[in-house]
Ligand binder design. Structure first.
Ligand SMILES: C[S@@+](CC[C@H](N)C(=O)[O-])C[C@H]1O[C@@H](n2cnc3c(N)ncnc32)[C@H](O)[C@@H]1O
Length: 595
């Protein structure tokens, strides 16, 4: 069984002129275009082939410039066109209703309505009016095994439906259902097919009129080719019906939303562009690559040619050229015609430390991004997407390269030192032994030991981080008052503490692991104070950084917890939440007690 496929053509633009304008029905205006450029010609140094349209649902882009000299029409290049944004904004898709190559007549049908750029042009068009027409940029090649056609659409699909019916060989079975505004919009189609055509008049048919007509239209014998176009919302139930009720395979079905109710073609183009901008990954990856290669630094150091930059960054010239082209489009770099590279003010920011900390592959924080391909896995299972994608957890990733763990600890330490003084004040410590579980490089413990001279501390973290903490605390002159435990918090913890602290630790773990850590803490603490420093998600999550929350969920399978979640988690580990106090915006001390 074959399937429909797309055949691409080189794209050409032609300047044509209106030969004739008339109304086929009260709401359908036909514009007949003609011109030398429907034949072969040369444009901008390139050969342009004669106009051709091979399939009934081909489309051309008409460019409605209306003689506005400030908007340039697309320029012919070798097989493609160079468009300005403005010209693209004035381009609309139309189906060639009929093309007569011998007489150079290209017919386009316009649905008459107010506010449409092309429709209003068609209202004004008179013989002699000029119009740029681009394309078709390709055509659909139908599968070879079609026994009959099922065609559905509204006025916007009617040119393609009518053309298909007219062009089919005599006797070909066709069932068509066409929705039009009223009986006055029915058109006469000259054909020799075996046609069963139902017109649905929207002024009398009611909201389900089209689908009712579709269901009662004759379904013929053999292999169908189903084609439908028109308003996107109207097509949704039809697509489902064709697929699920009639079992039409995708290769024998083409259902195309030509427009959306309440949206102009321009607006719906903008919606799609916005979605594209939202989802296109090239820029985020390219910026990260540039930062990881110190590209902005190399330019700032005076390397301004692509080969020099490629060599300094240790990448290929082809790669450097492509990367810089994209980043120049994003206005981070400049790239002139001679290939000379410069830095914009925005691009200069790529050299900043905070940018490197977040985006540079050589630094630990950037590796959080590696979890994103695992998002679906996390959503389906609640498990770490990072683990699924990389085969190890985030902490193992950091431990595998010295630079990753060190830079992660530095960034976290910097953040922790910002809130630590406020937390220490709230903790109200005097001469206790504080065990900082998952204490990082000691930002909080160092603050405690400095602010409360009677205290002593134990910092517990994975071995490489614990060693960095030892060096940092010693450098601050606190070495004598601190013990270092390089171990996992899933193992038994030192039992001689008066206060067990866990700052920003449990939000990295899903409930089962977080509960396991808390059980270790409860075992060791036996009645002593347990304090968490964590965020508390509100019922209304607008205070929460929702992107960060989803990222943490994907990296660790965890996520921020509400007060109720914390209470439940604690009680599962034999601990009781006795109070919460705010350290700063969305960071809290949570006091827990055993028993
Ligand atoms: C988000 S950091 C918090 C560090 C510190 N408490 C702070 O607030 O700055 C989490 C810490 O947990 C540590 N960690 C991760 N897995 C661990 C494990 N199995 N045992 C002990 N520590 C672990 C990491 O090395 C890291 O230092």
């Amino acid at each position: 069984m074959g399937a429909r496929r797309h055949k691409a053509y080189p794209i050409h633009v032609r300047e044509l002129e209106v030969q004739e304008v008339f109304d086929v029905t009260p709401l359908m205006r036909r514009v007949v275009l003609t011109g030398e450029q429907l034949g072969a010609f040369r444009s901008n140094g390139h050969d342009v082939a004669p106009f051709r349209t091979e399939n009934a649902d081909d489309h051309v882009k008409i460019v409605v410039l209306d003689g506005d000299p400030s908007v340039a029409p697309p320029v012919q290049d070798d097989g493609h066109l160079d468009w300005t944004r403005e010209a693209l904004g004035r381009a609309r898709d139309y189906t060639p209703r009929r093309y007569d190559a011998e007489n150079r007549r290209l017919e386009l049908d316009f649905v008459r309505h107010e506010g449409g750029l092309a429709a209003e042009w068609a209202e004004r068009a008179t013989p002699g009016t000029r119009l740029h027409v681009a394309g078709p940029r390709g055509t659909t090649v139908l599968p070879p095994d079609i026994d009959w056609y099922f065609l559905v659409g509204d006025e916007t699909a009617l040119p393609a439906i009518a053309r298909r019916i007219e062009e089919l060989p005599p006797g070909t079975p066709v069932t068509a259902v066409v929705s039009v505004a009223s009986a006055a919009e029915e058109q006469t189609i000259k054909h020799s097919a075996d046609l069963r055509l139902t017109w649905v008049h929207r002024d009398t048919a009611g909201p389900n009129g089209l689908m009712d007509a579709v269901r009662s239209a004759p379904w013929r014998e053999g292999q169908v080719y189903a084609w439908a176009a028109g308003e996107a919302g109207m097509l949704r139930p039809l697509r489902r019906w064709l697929k699920e009720d009639r079992g039409v395979a995708p290769g024998h079905m083409d259902v195309a939303g030509y427009w959306r109710a309440g949206q102009s073609q321009r607006e719906s183009g903008e919606v799609l562009r916005r979605l594209h901008d939202m989802t296109e990954l090239s820029v985020p990856y390219a910026v990260r690559a540039a930062v990881s290669l110190d590209l902005a630094e190399h330019v700032a150091d005076g390397r301004t040619s692509v080969p020099e930059l490629a060599e300094a960054a240790g990448i290929t010239r082809g790669g450097a050229r492509r990367l810089l082209r994209l980043l120049a489009d994003e206005k981070l770099f400049t790239l002139d015609e001679e290939g000379s590279v410069g830095l914009t003010p925005l691009g200069a920011a790529l050299t900043e430390e905070t940018v490197h900390n977040m985006l540079d592959r050589r630094r630990g924080f950037s590796r959080l991004d590696d979890a994103w391909p695992g998002l679906l896995h996390t959503l389906r299972t609640g498990e770490s997407g990072f683990q699924q994608v990389k085969g190890h957890d985030f902490w193992a990733e950091l431990a595998a390269e010295e630079g990753l763990g060190r830079t992660f600890d530095e960034v976290l330490g910097h953040w922790t030192r910002q809130w630590a003084p406020a937390a220490v004040e709230l903790l109200g410590l005097r001469d206790e032994h504080v065990i900082d579980v998952g204490g990082g490089t000691g930002g909080l413990l160092g603050e405690i030991l400095t602010a409360c001279p009677g205290t002593r501390g134990t910092l517990l973290d994975l071995p490489s981080t614990a060693e960095r903490a030892r060096a940092e605390l010693a450098a601050d002159g606190l070495g004598a008052r601190v013990g270092i435990a390089g171990q996992s918090f899933f193992e038994p913890l030192p039992a001689d503490g008066d206060v067990y602290l866990l700052a920003q630790v449990l939000h990295d773990w899903p409930d089962p692991e977080a509960a396991a850590v808390l059980r270790r803490v409860a075992e060791a603490a036996r009645g002593k104070r347990v304090v968490l420093v964590e965020r508390i998600a509100g019922d209304l999550d607008d205070e929460l950084d929702v992107a960060f929350d989803l990222k943490m969920h994907t990296v660790f399978g965890s996520g921020e917890r509400t007060e109720e979640d914390w209470r439940r988690l604690a009680s599962g580990a034999g601990l009781r939440l006795t109070g919460t106090r705010q350290v700063r915006e969305n960071l809290f001390l949570l006091e827990l007690r055993t028993g």
